[in-house]
Write a protein that binds this ligand. Structure first.
Ligand code: HEM
Length: 120
């Protein structure tokens, strides 16, 4: 269970301090944003503010509170997958995402082996 908790801490750290604060896309077709009159024109760039989304109270209640429990199995289904963009989303998302998770797991195990348990 401790290993899983370390994993929640890892995800919450990426939410709190995303190493990539923004990403971008180029629009390939004219696209009217639903519910608005705003049209993105073909060829225009769109900047997606990862840091801003990760600290938006609409997606994360009490966003300035560091709370790894947001990512526990009980709570993680409340997170909109397009509001957690530490590794981006879609066909051009980060190819290193899985590698990072494996690296974190082995780091977590390594640290776990170094822990000393005190039974009182
Ligand atoms: C904690 C570590 C990392 C974070 C937070 C991270 C984050 C990101 C983000 C936000 C993007 C943009 C995704 C998008 O726009 O949808 C990206 C793209 C990318 N990342 Fe990572 N990355 C990490 C590690 C790595 C590693 C280890 C590799 C290589 C082994 C890697 C390779 C790439 C590549 C090649 C892209 C461009 C993908 C494309 O344009 O199709 N990243 N990364």
């Amino acid at each position: 269970m401790l290993i899983k908790k370390i994993f929640f801490v890892f995800l919450e750290t990426l939410r709190f301090y995303p190493p990539a604060v923004a990403t971008d896309r180029i629009c390939h077709i004219d696209y009217k944003i639903p519910g608005t009159d705003f049209v993105l024109k073909k060829g225009e760039g769109v900047l997606i503010p990862i840091l801003g989304l990760h600290h938006d109270p609409e997606f994360y209640p009490q966003p300035e509170k560091f709370n790894p429990e947001r990512f526990s199995p009980k709570n993680k289904n409340k997170i909109n997958p397009y509001a957690f963009l530490a590794f981006g989303q879609g066909p051009r998302n980060c190819i290193g995402e899985l590698y990072q998770f494996f690296a974190m797991h082995s780091y977590g195990h390594d640290q776990f082996l170094k822990l000393e348990f005190l039974f009182i």
